[in-house]
Design a protein around this ligand. Sequence first.
Ligand code: SF4
Ligand code: SF4
Length: 368
Amino acid sequence: MPLVDRPSLDKARYEMEVCNACRYCEGYCAVFPAMMRRREFTDGDLNYLANLCHGCKACFHACQYAPPHQFGINVPQTLASLRAETYAQYAWPRPLAVLYRKNGVTVAVVVALGIALVLGGLAFLKPEALTTGQGGEGAFYRVIPWRVMAGAAGLSLLWSMLALTMGGIRFWRDTGGGLAKGGAAAQAIHSVLTLRYLGGGHDGQDGCNDVGESFSQERRAFHHALFYGFGLCFASTCVAFVYDHFLFRAAPYPLTSAPVILGTAGGAAMMIGAGGMAWLKAVSDPRPEARQVLGGDYALLALLFAAAATGIGLLALRDTDAMPVVLAVHMGVILSLFALLPYSKMVHGLYRGLALLRSAAEAKQEGS
Ligand code: SF4
Ligand code: SF4
């Protein structure tokens, strides 16, 4: 079996050719204008269009050629399948593309291993830390020394950044290469931060067709909660670093301190966002869904929910005897999340961002 299977390419090419003749959905999102700039579709073009699609499903509900029509056009489903195949195609190093074959299982196994590694390592190397009650300033680091915590997190994050950079370079080259001018970057960043294309038709005013034919802004709102919640948790970690290294105050910090306020708000937002997105997937119309990618989607949402929930659990239990175990579980989940950044659906942020950059650059070139 080849490392990377591409069963969706031919179907995507056929559907883009039909859409390019029809063009009824041209105002719905960035995919259709990008499609209309092409007469033929290379594999790289299709990979680009697949990652430009946000899966709002507006074009499925608008399509007169959707099943049961004999043309069987189902753009959201086809591009979602192809999108998942691109994650494997651009994975670095290439042998790790196998991690995308059953991505839900991969995510579950890595998280279980991460938790077992931290808990087991602690039980083996420092068993008294798991059973002795801890409290007061520096309590976390008496369980897991700061150097071990920062070293493990830093190493897994560095590896993931390298893998993501290599994947991003491969994607960019394969989809056309070249340079994007400054204005295009600003437009792409705006589209990412506002999730403009989760708006469906009419330039973001209506929302997605997640549950059925009716429009809703729920998916956009839940995705914003997850995205910005993640950002707040990252800000909390950065502020805690400043507290530790420049103000010489070791965690855990008071409830009214900036790291705790930022982390609590971020964690709560992430739980709402991840839970809400999982709920929307569960109740959504299955017809435009790509069933084979759902396992990976749910697994990532569960991982993000667990990262936030164990962080909030640690805050709630930090002055109890349960703190060392909860800290070890939280650490195992966070390390798994870092390690899985390039080998889970988390990569969609990178490739979609680059696809939006290419789309903005093409639109500017067309207008100039
Ligand atoms: S999705 Fe259907 S209606 Fe929309 S452009 Fe394609 S063929 Fe036409
Ligand atoms: S599902 Fe939405 S984002 Fe994807 S091609 Fe159709 S209209 Fe565009």
